[in-house]
Design a protein around this ligand. Sequence first.
Ligand code: SF4
Length: 459
Amino acid sequence: MTRPSSNQKANHDIFIISLGCPRNLVDTEVLVGTLKRKGFRVFFDSERLRKSKTPGIAIVNTCGFIKDAKEESIGVILELAALKKEGRLGHIIIMGCLSQRYPEGLAKDIREIDAIFGSSTFTRIPEYIEGILKGQKKTLVDEVPGFLYNHKSPRSLLTPSHTAYVKIQEGCMNFCSYCVIPKIRGPFRSRSRESVLKEISSLKARGVKEINLIGQDTTLYGIDKRGKSTLAALLKEASQIMKSRWIRLLYTHPAHYSEDLIKTIAEEPAVCKYLDLPIQHINDRILKSMNRRTAKKDIIALIKNLRKNIPGLAIRTSVIVGFPGEREEDFNELEEFIKNTKFERLGAFTYSPEEGTRAFSMPGHVPEEEKNRRLERIMETQKKISEDYNKLYLKETVKVLIDEKDREGKNRYLGRTAHDAPEVDGTVYVTSKGGLRPGDFVNVKIGDTLEYDLVGSQI
Ligand code: SF4
C-alpha cells in the first residue's frame, strides 16, 4: 500500500461531515487528528465543498441509531453523490454507525460511495486514500467493533477550544430491547484510568475549562477492568486535576449507581451537580419489555437519594413515548411521574422501530400520529416545569461559562451554568461591560427567566 505523495495529499482537500452524537464526534476528532498527522488538509465548510474547483474527497461520519438519524445521514450522502455526478466532488468515503449497520446495502444502493468504514475501522482510512484516488472501491467493517482511542491517539478538537468530550468507554452490554447500539458499537470496553487522566491533563493544559465524560453507559465504567477502575475513583482523580474547572457526567444508567459514586459527585468541587440520567419510562411493564434492568420503585428511590445527597443537583432525563404495548394508562402514568418529579431538564423521543432489535417484533406498535400526540403532551408538560424551575434563579448569582459572543446584542454573550450541558440544555444571555472570551467563568446576576434560558448581567 503506497503512501500518497505530498502533492497528492495537497491536491486533494478532505471535507469532513460529522453527524450524530458526541460519541461520534470524538471519533471524527480522532480521524481528523490522524489525517492531519499524515499531512492531509482537512476542511468542514460545506459551502467551500460546493464551490471547490478541484473535486476533493468527502468523508461522512454517519449516524445509524434511529430512523430520523438514518434519514439525515442518507440525505447527506445522496447530496454528495449528486455533487460527484456533476464532477464537483471526487470521492465519497463513509464511516460510523450507519455504515457499520448496512455496509452491503449502502454499497449496492449508492454506487457513488467509494469506500465504507465501520464504527471502529475509521483510523485506517488514510492508508486507503491512495487506492481510492485511483478509483478502487473499499469496504472495511469489523464484524464486532472493538476500537477505542486513548490519550496517544491523534485528536483534533472540533468543539470550541474551552470545552471537550472525553470518551471513557465504548460499546454497551445492557441490550435494551429497542436499541441497536450493542450491535453497531460492539461490546462494553473501558479505557484505562491512566489514559483518561492523561488526556484530561493534556486538555486542561490546552485551556479546556469543561470536560464532558461520555460513553454508552458511563456508570459501568471499569466493570471490565476487574474492579481496577470505578467511575467514582476516576472522578476523584479527575477532579484533582480540574480543580475549579468543570467535569460533567453524561450518559449514566439508573441501574448502575453506587453510594460511592453519589458521594463522590456530591463532594468533588469540579464535578458539576448535574446528571444525565435517561429513565426512558416509568411503568414497570414497559420498563421490563424495554429490558431497562430497573423498576419504578428503584428509579424513585434513586432520584430521592440523589436529590437528598447532592445539594443543588439538576437532573436531565430522557423518555421514549409510544413503545410497543404502551397503553394510554401507561403513558398517563409516565406523564404523571414527570409532573411530580419535576426533572430540571428533559428530552423526549417517539419510539423508533429498528430492525434487528427485540422490540421490533413486539406486538402493540403505537400509530405514528398517536406517538406524536404523546410526545407533544410530554414536551408541553416539561415546558411548564422548566419555566417554573428557571424562576428559582431570579435575583440569584450563578457561575457561568462563556461560550461565545452574542451576534445579536452589543456586549452580550452566550454562556451556560453548571446545570447546562453543551448543545442540549439552556443558555444564559449575559450582558457584560465587554471583553469576555469563550472559556471565561463569570458571576452573573439573573434578572429575567425564560422557558429554557436565563438572562442576566455580569457582576
Ligand atoms: S444503555 Fe440501552 S439504550 Fe443505552 S446504549 Fe446501551 S443498550 Fe442502548
